[in-house]
Design a protein around this ligand. Sequence first.
Ligand code: SF4
Length: 286
Amino acid sequence: MKLSVEIDPGSGFCNGVVRAVRQAEEYLSHERQLYSLGAIVHNTLELERLESKGLKILSLEEVRRLRGETLLIRAHGEPPSTYALAKENGIRIIDCTCPVVLRLQQSVREVYQSMKSTGGQVVIFGRAGHAEVNGLVGQTEGNALVIGSLDELDRIDPERPVALFSQTTKDPVEYARLCKAVEARCAHTVCFDTICRQVASRHKLLVDFARNHSVILFVSGRESSNGKVLYDLCRNENPRTFLVEDVSCLEPSWFHDGDSVGICGATSTPKWQLEEAAAKVSSLFG
Ligand code: SF4
């Protein structure tokens, strides 16, 4: 069987994740252990690689019991309460919050403060419970309303002014639709363009990539929010899109003679995993 294989040149870690992984590796090159609050990247294999170097992932509950250690804050960012907890417990922080997320946190905080006197509401389009969203809600003393889809529009009070923000990794098309719907429902609405540029441009390029190949292997951890969005995007363009969490799950039955196979991934998928998937496809039919 003859196949052609191409790795999407735009896939691989986003800048925020590259920066966090680099800082963790740099620290672990001279120290035995580093703690991270939550998974530094939503990718099991990359996590295993970092854990083998000394990274230990902790939950917030575990951080509450930690004393005097060094803790990495990942690219998603954290609410102010986490920094207060670290201070209380004598924990040194390596802050890897992505600069894009830091700017977003700052805007949410400023807008929230400025709307307090007018009874305005900060609304965040994102996944409730996601670390980045928790970090944003934390800028509003816990008062921001989180909505995950257009179906939740009714939760917004149309009588009060609205400031609408998006989690950085949401689908730009869906966010644009939501902005329109909120503007139509609430007279005083300001929508902030807060989707990460890297994510937004990847969406457009990925649509073309998925169209230009007969089969798409989307390599991503199932936990990745951005992975879910981009996988759905590819699948909408190309029904022969398969989610690959680990190359061992590749099925020969997915491929036909003459296929052009496109391999791509989420912002949390390392390049080495895309290369591994390409090598596996080649070895299956080589
Ligand atoms: S997706 Fe964008 S905002 Fe989010 S961590 Fe990556 S570079 Fe930063």
